[in-house]
Write a protein that binds this ligand. Structure first.
Ligand code: ZN
Length: 189
């Protein structure tokens, strides 16, 4: 991890995360909002992942994963939250904004975050199977791209990881309640 280049990277040492640095109250509040979106996603059978786009510490948009709900492979929480924030601001460029997401973004979402020019990404827990903020790919830190947001990891990582663990444990116990479309996939997406 090239932590020095981006300066603000702090990553949990291994696996699903625990908070590794002290967090400010507004930051925790925004991540709590993202976790509530993740919980709402689980209620309709979607993998519990939530995202919030904020500016100056205030939420502009919040969304949960709706892939199963919409039958749309691109309906990840981050994409939905970025779209809603762009709509709220009246333009695609989200410079000056931050995104709080409960799980390290995948390649698609990291790409959308770069294209939207978000200033900073804060994620709760890493995704060792599909994360594109350094776990599998590092789209958010690739110097060949024309925009690199700051990345910070860890706030409420334990809570977010627990939501995911519970979701998949329940699905294993009661596969009939799981959507046939998503059964048998890798752990998170
Ligand atoms: Zn994604």
């Amino acid at each position: 991890m090239r932590a020095s280049r981006r300066g603000r990277v702090s990553r949990p040492p291994s696996g699903y995360g625990e908070a590794v640095t002290p967090r400010t109250a507004p930051e925790l509040e925004l991540m709590r909002l993202a976790i509530r979106e993740a919980e709402a996603a689980a209620a309709h059978g979607d993998v519990p992942i939530g995202a919030v786009v904020a500016r100056d510490g205030a939420a502009l948009s919040a969304a949960g994963n709706e892939r199963e709900l919409r039958g749309d492979p691109t309906a990840h929480a981050e994409v939905l939250a970025v779209r809603a924030a762009a709509e709220a601001l009246g333009g695609w460029r989200l410079a000056g904004c931050e995104i709080y997401v409960t799980l390290e973004p995948c390649a698609m979402c990291a790409g959308a975050i770069v294209l939207a020019r978000l200033d900073r990404v804060v994620y709760a827990t890493p995704d060792p199977k599909a994360g594109a903020a350094g776990s599998v790919l590092d789209i958010l830190g690739d110097p060949r791209l024309n925009h690199r947001p700051a990345v910070d990891a860890g706030p409420l990582g334990g809570e977010s990881a627990e939501l995911l663990r519970r979701f998949f444990a329940e699905r294993r116990q009661d596969p009939a309640s799981a959507s046939s479309r998503s059964r048998g996939e890798s752990a998170t997406r």
